[in-house]
Design a protein around this ligand. Structure first.
Ligand code: PLP
Length: 374
């Protein structure tokens, strides 16, 4: 009882899962200046700020090209559309992912072939890909879920053997490093999201594609702008998926901090990994790559409602990423009777605990203490 009072007087009583207002507060002045400049420039879509961001983000990822688009879902759709696979091609994808990855495949007119994850890493099981390859398979779309890199060595070898393209859904992995290379530069092309909650977040929707393929980049540049390379000349049936100047200017400010932010995330994750010590709480593995982006820190517990309620009573917010797998959603009702045992078990057990750059050391200590006492 006494201990509780002591902690609450220190102000550690209300730790939201994620507080975007505090995350963006340190950038407020710089962002306001950047936005003011855009306002007075008179140019609001695909201008100098977008170009500046594309160059800087390509450089950050170590990729040759970056194409700014409207959001992460569009980034993946555009990668697939630009690849020109025949209609109804099969695209291999993890069953355990956010639904946007799967939606991108069906929106591009192709067939998602779901593969179970490795139960330890939550990532696509590289050793279960080959058995799903058919004559119609054209690509593997991997997801660096929660900021962990997929087992790219194995995946690229399989792809090479069957002449498949490999794309990364890097929406949760800005800055992750796998064997010396960053996410976004690990395969034929990658899609990023800058949704406000991501490691690099805008103040609205935004996304990007990175690739080292000149032709693919050129085609995506046209496709994001109605399929037009030259004004009023339309070579392809494209979409309207452009990056606006205000979001680009915000991203230009925030990109300067991403590396530092990822180190803070890693430091917190390492404390959780070494100090949480409760048999009822299964921890995620340590970094699967040289540097994990630690977008989320996801533990597994039986009876997660009980665990979340306990943490909430102690002022700690949590979230679930994600409660229902794509194949059990009504959007894909034709798959509802299929079984992906590992994916389903993960979706039943996962709980994300707070991991963000505004958590203080005291707050992290408090979270660890409460989890250990559960
Ligand atoms: C956020 C996210 C997306 C989609 O990004 P949006 O910008 O919201 O369209 C795609 N895949 C994954 C894994 C994501 O986390």
């Amino acid at each position: 009882m006494k201990k509780e009072t002591k902690l609450s007087t220190k102000g550690i009583k209300n730790i939201p899962f994620l507080d975007l207002k505090s995350i963006n507060r340190p950038f407020e002045k710089e962002i306001n200046n950047a936005v003011r400049q855009v306002t007075s420039s008179g140019w609001y879509i695909l201008g100098e700020e977008a170009k500046k961001f594309e160059n800087a983000f390509a450089k950050f990822c170590g990729a040759k090209h970056c194409i700014g688009v409207a959001n992460g879902l569009d980034a993946l759709v555009l990668l697939l559309k630009a690849s020109n696979f025949p209609q109804d091609s099969e695209i291999i994808v993890p069953a355990n992912t956010y639904i946007a990855t799967i939606l991108a495949i069906t929106l591009a007119g192709h067939k998602p072939i779901l593969v179970e994850p490795d139960p330890q890493t939550f990532l696509i099981d590289a050793h279960k890909i080959e058995e799903k390859i058919s004559r119609n398979t054209k690509a593997i779309l991997v997801v660096h879920l929660y900021g962990k890199c997929c087992e790219m060595d194995t995946i690229l070898k399989v792809a090479q053997r069957y002449d498949l393209k490999v794309f990364e859904d890097a929406a949760q992995a800005h800055g992750a490093i796998y064997e010396g290379k960053r996410a976004g530069n690990l395969a034929d092309g990658a899609g990023f999201s800058f949704y406000p909650t991501k490691n690099l977040g805008a103040l609205g929707d935004a996304g990007a594609i990175t690739t080292n393929d000149n032709l693919l980049a050129e085609k995506i540049r046209a496709l994001r702008n109605y399929g037009s390379g030259k004004k009023y000349i339309f070579e392809f049936q494209g979409l309207n998926s452009r990056l606006d100047e205000i979001q680009a200017s915000v991203l230009n400010v925030k990109l300067n901090r991403i590396e530092e932010d990822n180190f803070i995330r890693q430091k917190i994750a390492n404390r959780y990994l070494s100090e949480i010590n409760n048999d009822k709480v299964i921890l995620p593995p340590a970094d699967t790559c040289k540097l994990d982006a630690w977008h989320l820190f996801v533990v597994r517990v039986d009876n997660r409602d009980n665990f979340r309620k306990y943490l909430l009573e102690n002022g700690i917010g949590t979230d679930i990423h994600y409660p229902i797998p794509p194949h059990k959603q009504l959007a894909y009702r034709e798959w509802n009777n299929k079984t992906f045992t590992i994916t389903e078990q993960i979706h039943e057990q996962v709980v994300s605990i707070p991991l963000n750059v505004v958590l203080s050391e005291n707050e992290v200590t408090y979270i660890i203490d409460k989890i250990n006492k559960y």
